[in-house]
Design a protein around this ligand. Structure first.
Ligand code: KG4
Ligand code: ZN
Length: 329
């Protein structure tokens, strides 16, 4: 008999389920129904639509898992942070399933889920530093050997991924904007100039709203092509990430460093991180490309950590925490 942790993710615009097999320490199953195309015409996620689409998608995903119900030993679900109406769909289903199968319920923080996307089939590599770059977050994290997480740097306004989404929306090119802007930038002839945010400011803080506004002005001025603006914007955004991260790294000198979240698929960012890690003789960790964006494999894997400690939630009272944040150091 196998022993599976079922993972369920519905915090934003992806409905997903996965099975982590405790015995072989592997993700043995993953399915995801993304809503990206449904939200594309609005240039961002529309919560009401996201909720409806989760309600439509999740029962089918569950039905597909029916042959494995007998092997499920616990149900892990994202309950924070995220869009409230989206989180509710997955959490309601997980609670019902926990009661019906009489198996424990595990509440997983989505950001901790992203961290475990680097260790889907392996033990974690803590202590380490982590850059988390997604649609909702941009953070430099310090993870202690016992897994305790402190936030060393975060954004005061837009996130890295969100700023790509907004620039693509201004250009009328759809959603999500990360891949769109990255692809446009590849064909640039002469990247336009952007001022790097907070370059001479000592604060260890990110800010992407100024870059977004600079892109808006360049688009309206019509002096540069979209591909040159995309390249200039991407260069500046990555440069801003690396400027603050470089300063933190000089103090922390991590031997292991990881990058996670949907925007960790950005190749320019990966190249720069590889150089930084090399300069510090550190080992660099990524999630496999298909697990950089939201998925349930990372939720099942992170759920296993709580399963191993017997850290369960009550199916009658578990609530969502849409705005929950990790703690600053
Ligand atoms: O982690 P994720 O799938 O969802 C959240 O939890 O937010 O991240 C999605 C974000 C979107 O903002 C998307 O535009 C961005 O990641 N993204 C990228 C790239 N691929 C995805 N940003 C920059 N470059 C990329 N290649
Ligand atoms: Zn995410």
């Amino acid at each position: 008999m196998s022993k599976f942790i079922l993972g369920i993710e519905s915090s934003c615009d992806d409905s997903a389920t996965a099975l982590f097999d405790i015995e072989s320490f592997r993700i043995v199953y993953h399915r995801k129904i993304t809503q990206e195309l449904d939200h594309a015409k609005y240039g961002g996620v529309v919560p009401e639509l996201a909720a409806r689409l989760h309600t439509a998608a999740l029962p089918g995903l569950l039905e597909e898992l029916k042959p494995h119900f007998g092997d499920i030993v616990a149900i892990a679900v994202t309950n924070e942070p995220g869009l409230s109406v989206s989180l509710i769909s997955g959490v309601s289903m997980a609670k019902a399933l926990s009661i019906a199968l009489d198996k424990p319920l595990i509440a997983v923080n989505h950001l901790i889920g992203h961290i475990y996307s680097m260790f889907l089939d392996s033990q974690n590599a803590f202590p380490m530093g982590v850059l988390l770059v997604s649609g909702g977050h941009t953070m430099v994290l310090d993870i202690a050997e016992n897994g305790e997480i402190s936030v060393l740097c975060a954004t005061g306004d837009d996130s890295f991924g969100e700023s790509f989404d907004k620039v693509a929306k201004m250009m009328g090119l759809g959603y999500p904007g990360g891949k769109i802007i990255e692809n446009l930038a590849k064909n640039a002839d002469n990247p336009s100039k952007f001022t790097i945010p907070l370059l001479h400011d000592k604060r260890l803080e990110y800010s992407f709203s100024g870059l977004k506004n600079a892109a808006r002005i360049q688009i309206s001025e019509n002096l540069h092509s979209y591909k040159d603006i995309a390249a200039g914007f991407q260069n500046a955004a990555v440069c801003h990430i690396m400027d603050k991260l470089g300063k933190i790294y000089a103090q922390k000198k991590w031997q292991r460093f990881g990058v996670v979240g949907g925007a960790s698929a950005n190749m320019l960012l990966r190249e720069k991180l590889e150089i930084l890690a090399q300069n510090h003789g550190a080992k660099l960790f990524f999630a496999p490309l298909e697990y950089c964006s939201d998925n349930a494999a990372m939720i099942a894997r992170a759920g296993y950590e709580k399963y191993a400690k017997g850290d369960f939630s009550d199916a009658l009272s578990l609530d969502i925490s849409p705005r929950s944040e990790l703690k600053f150091a």
